[in-house]
Design a protein. Structure first.
Lengths: 219, 219
DNA sequence: CCTACCGATCGGTAGG
DNA sequence: CCTACCGATCGGTAGG
């Protein structure tokens, strides 16, 4: 699908994760997953309320009403995308923290995981951040709770590092917001056809974050 | 109007820039400006396509169709908001660069101006970044051109500083994107009722940016 | 998987 | 500034 790079304005053709309109040689279709995938790209490029069921169906070679044999509602698609994104982010963050190390290493790890996800899954991340207010209750409140939990880890580690005199920064709060937001921004401009891989970018950003906090690499 | 802080989930009451529904003691209304102001808050909180003309009218105590005595279309409202935002950002950036100084001072200045605007005018900034794809041509292309110009200044200064060995960073590109995005993020969480002023936050972020680039304060 | 169609909503116009 | 209303579009249902 054609997507525009935020900074260059260039349009890039990005293949879908699943074969589109390939009714043959695909075995038993996971229609539900295909629908989610098509909806994801449309939500990311033209927004949730800007996307019609007919457009989603068109991606799979069917009419809008036919989608309802596989899904319950348009809202369900958004809920699955956003909860899937937050669950995966939290899962990766917990795994990173479980590896231990000193506070610089742990902070570096959760920054890297944060950035890597936002590059690898830029559509999920973009939609997950942008369309939260399109979620109906109680889903919206649930996601906001999960996000607060996710974001608090950054601030906690900055505070911990400052308590140990390993970081020198004027404010735990603003610097943790800055680190979070620069990672979120990646989902708006990352180009998978470009020369940098998600894990290279993750390493670069982890270094930028540590330097911003006034720490050198923790190893 | 009730707005939600991205990180805390708290709702804050924010007075509009112009007196709402105050038909008396307001002198000759600038209806056009009042409509823009009401539309801005609605676009920021529920999105451009999620906002109806009836809702905008309701903010001013009138019906949707009555708005068309003062404006041409809903699209016109968005165009004015977004072009006004980009023009002001570029104006402030040029003024900052015109003050001169070494590359550290100039970079610090454009970061401060960037962050200050995104805190002071968080709604304009938020809408300006989020709703670009809601703009019809040729407005969208025009805004993208202006944004490219605005963003290129950051990268140019990072390159210049690195050429002079004043900055040490692995990539001009990623670090300038990081600086830009952490400033843009401010518009999503800044709370004018909070304890930090836009210019304090601007100074803090300028320091974070310089430290991220491996430079100490340039003065 | 389809067509036909519903109820609701929207931006905008007509004509005061 | 209003009401009445238009043409179009939308998510979703009925009934094959």
């Amino acid at each position: 699908m054609a997507v525009r790079n935020r900074l260059t304005g260039e349009r890039t053709h990005v293949p879908s994760a699943v074969g589109r309109r390939s009714r043959v040689a695909s075995g038993p279709h996971d229609r539900h997953h295909e629908i989610i995938d098509a909806a994801l790209e449309l939500f990311a490029t033209i927004g949730y309320s800007g996307t019609t069921m007919a457009q989603i169906g068109d991606r799979l070679g069917m009419r809008g009403p036919s989608l309802y044999k596989h899904i319950a509602s348009k809202q369900e698609l958004l809920v699955e995308i956003v909860t899937g994104m937050m669950d995966e982010l939290l899962r990766r963050q917990r795994a990173a923290l479980a590896e231990g190390g000193d506070v610089r290493q742990r902070l570096s790890s959760i920054v890297a995981v944060h950035v890597q996800y936002h590059a690898e899954h830029r559509y999920e991340a973009f939609v997950g951040h942008r369309e939260i207010d399109s979620l109906e209750e109680p889903h919206r409140s649930h996601i906001l709770d999960l996000r607060r939990e996710y974001e608090s880890r950054f601030r906690e580690l900055v505070q911990e590092g400052r308590g140990l005199d390993l970081f020198r920064t004027s404010s735990d709060r603003w610097s943790s917001y800055a680190i979070l937001d620069m990672g979120i921004g990646v989902s708006a401009w990352y180009n998978p056809s470009g020369s940098v891989t998600p894990d290279e970018l993750a390493a670069t950003y982890a270094e930028l974050a540590l330097r911003m906090l006034g720490a050198e690499r923790g190893d």
